[in-house]
Structures are given as C-alpha cells and as structure tokens.
Design a protein around this ligand. Structure first.
Ligand SMILES: NC(=O)c1ccc[n+]([C@@H]2O[C@H](COP(=O)([O-])OP(=O)(O)OC[C@H]3O[C@@H](n4cnc5c(N)ncnc54)[C@H](O)[C@@H]3O)[C@@H](O)[C@H]2O)c1
Length: 310
C-alpha cells in the first residue's frame, strides 16, 4: 500500500527536523520544500540516506516548487523567519504574513483536500493567514504551539519534582506568546495536582519559565528552538494520519467556544483524520479565565494588525 504523503514547507531548522522525525516513523513519504536552491534537496537526500542505517524506507524528496507536493494528506508550514534575541514572536508579523500567504496559495492549488498544520510565527496570526488564504474550513487549519508549550511545562515540573516526564500531565492554553496560560489547576503528577506537591512560589516560577521557554532558548542559541517544535509538529501529523483522536492543545478557530468568536486560540482539541474533530471545553477558574482573556486579546490585537501589514 502506498504511504501517505506529508509536505513540509520550509527546510530550515524546524522543517528539517520535522521531515527527519517523520521519515523515521516510516508511515509517510515526505516532500520538503524551500525557496533556497539545493537546501530541501540536500536535506531530503541526507535524511533518505539515513534510512538504511535506521531501518526506514519512507521516500524523502526536496523541491523548490510544488509539483511533487500534489495530493499531500497533511502540509506542515514552517516557512518564515525565526526570532533573534530581543525579538518577540510578534515582530515577525509582516515578513511571515507574506511568506505564509504565498506558500498557502501554492499548497492549496496542488492539494485542495489537505490539512494544514501551521508552525510559523507569530503562530495564531499565521493560522488566520493560512485559513483566509486557503478558504479551508476550520477543521483543516490547526496551529502547533500548545503541544510545545505544554512539553516545556511538563519538563520543568518533572525536573522540579525529580519524576519522569511521562507521569506529568499538564495543559497550556491561549496564544503562543508571553501571555500563554499554563494551567496549574490541570497539572498533575501521577494524578496528584502540582499545587499539592509544590509551594505556590515554585509553581509560579515554573509557570513563568514556561511562558518564557521560547525566549530562554533564543537567548542560548541566538535563534529559536527546533528539536521540540519538530517533535510537536509530528505529534499533530501523526494524530491526523493515524486517526488517533488524541486530545492535544492546538490553536484552532473558535466560534463561540470558551466565549471567543472567529479567533485562533490554543485550547484542547481532539485531532483525528479530519483534522480538528472536536473542541474540548474545560472548566477554568476565575483567574485562569481572566488570563485566557488577556491572551486572546493579545491575539486579536495582532490579527487586527494583519489587515494593515503587508
Ligand atoms: N509554533 C511554534 O511553536 C514554533 C516553534 C519554533 C519555531 N517556530 C517558527 O517556525 C518558523 C521556522 O523556524 P526555523 O527555526 O525553522 O527557521 P529557519 O530560518 O531555520 O527556516 C525557515 C525556512 O523557511 C524558508 N522560507 C522562507 N520563505 C519561504 C517561502 N516563501 N517558501 C518556502 N520556504 C521559505 C527559508 O528559506 C528557511 O529555510 C519561524 O517562524 C519560527 O518562529 C514556531
């Protein structure tokens, strides 16, 4: 049986890692696209040549155009500038708006039935660009941020308590920016709330480190992260391709859920073969609801700027 097809647009750090991790899973053929000549072809060949050693036989090809992407089941959009030290994700708005719009147009022309997983920043605003350009229903445009932010949150909790990250469940809601909302009430270790296990000041420190988790890496690397972002994008692709119906925090277009309308905000959703299968509504405390509002307001402000940006 032919493997499914996944296109990764942008063969930079996040795109290259996403393509590599996908090829290694061995259930999808991967097409890597970039505007830089030789870059997607070179990375694709290098990933392909790892197959005999690692035991996978996914096809991996690179291209500067979209011919080979035709009929993709899922397309991951990582094309766009990453931030540098001192920059916020929002500083990337204008540059990446143009890139994401042109890329989405090409993708839709070649794969009108595909599901878009948006990764480029500022994430929530780029989801709006992809949805508007594609004209896709909200089920087929989902943004990757919450899985990454939650992975950071879980890492810091596990580290603080000296436990396996596998025993830590947590959730981060809201936009993918400094206003994101790591929920202490939903963070548990082996089923026990972290608020029972840690003093309030430690919980606050972990929440704060999570909010600034991206900047912490930018300060070290002088560019943004890619290993965990690539892993997070693949988790979404896998949930869709394998119809896993996993509950994952993703940026989706809310239409009344959580009290927001026509806005991409990170919330827990069920991801399956149709993309967004269901939005999971959870009870928030008053403080959490206020923090989510603050975050949604920040997304809205940025989305409004899209109309003037060009
Ligand atoms: N959502 C998240 O959680 C998250 C996490 C990490 C990074 N990001 C974002 O992902 C994006 C990519 O980050 P990166 O570290 O891989 O950057 P990078 O600079 O390493 O790679 C970006 C690639 O996009 C390519 N590109 C630019 N314009 C293009 C176009 N029109 N068509 C095709 N390719 C094009 C560039 O040539 C480059 O190779 C950035 O916007 C970054 O902020 C998001």
């Amino acid at each position: 049986m032919a493997k499914r097809k996944v296109t990764v647009v942008g063969a930079g750090n996040v795109g290259g890692t996403t393509a590599q991790r996908l090829a290694e899973r061995n259930y999808a053929d991967v097409v890597l696209v970039d505007i830089v000549e030789g870059l997607p072809q070179g990375k694709a060949l290098d990933i392909l040549e790892s197959g005999p050693i690692l035991g996978y036989d996914s096809s991996v090809t690179g291209a500067n155009d979209y011919e080979q992407t035709a009929g993709s089941d899922v397309v991951v959009i990582t094309s766009g500038s990453p931030r540098k030290p001192g920059m916020s994700r929002d500083d990337l708005l204008k540059t990446n708006q143009n890139i994401v719009a042109s890329v989405t147009g090409e993708i839709v022309r070649h794969s009108p039935e595909t599901i878009l997983v948006v990764v480029a920043n500022p994430l929530d605003a780029m989801c709006h660009v992809a949805m508007e350009t594609s004209g896709f229903p909200r089920e087929r445009v989902v943004g990757m941020a919450g899985i990454l932010d939650t992975a950071r949150y879980r890492t810091f909790i596990a580290d603080e308590l000296g436990v396996s990250v596998r025993d830590v469940f947590a959730l981060v809601l809201g936009g993918h920016g400094d206003t994101m909302v790591p929920l202490p009430s939903m963070a548990t270790v082996g089923g026990v709330a972290i608020t029972e296990l840690l003093y309030e000041d430690r919980v606050e420190a972990i929440v704060d480190r999570t909010r600034n988790g991206g900047a912490e890496i930018v300060n070290l690397l002088k560019t943004s992260a890619w290993y965990a972002p690539g892993a997070a994008a693949v988790e979404m692709v896998e949930a869709i391709l394998k119809d896993k119906r996993k509950i994952l925090p993703c940026a989706v277009f809310l239409q009344g859920e959580y009290g927001y309308n026509d806005l991409f905000v990170g919330v827990p959703v069920k991801l399956g073969k149709n993309g967004l299968e269901q939005i999971i509504q959870i009870e928030l405390t008053e403080d959490e609801a206020a923090a989510l509002k603050h975050s949604a307001d920040a997304v809205k402000e940025l989305v409004d700027k899209l109309k003037t940006a060009a």
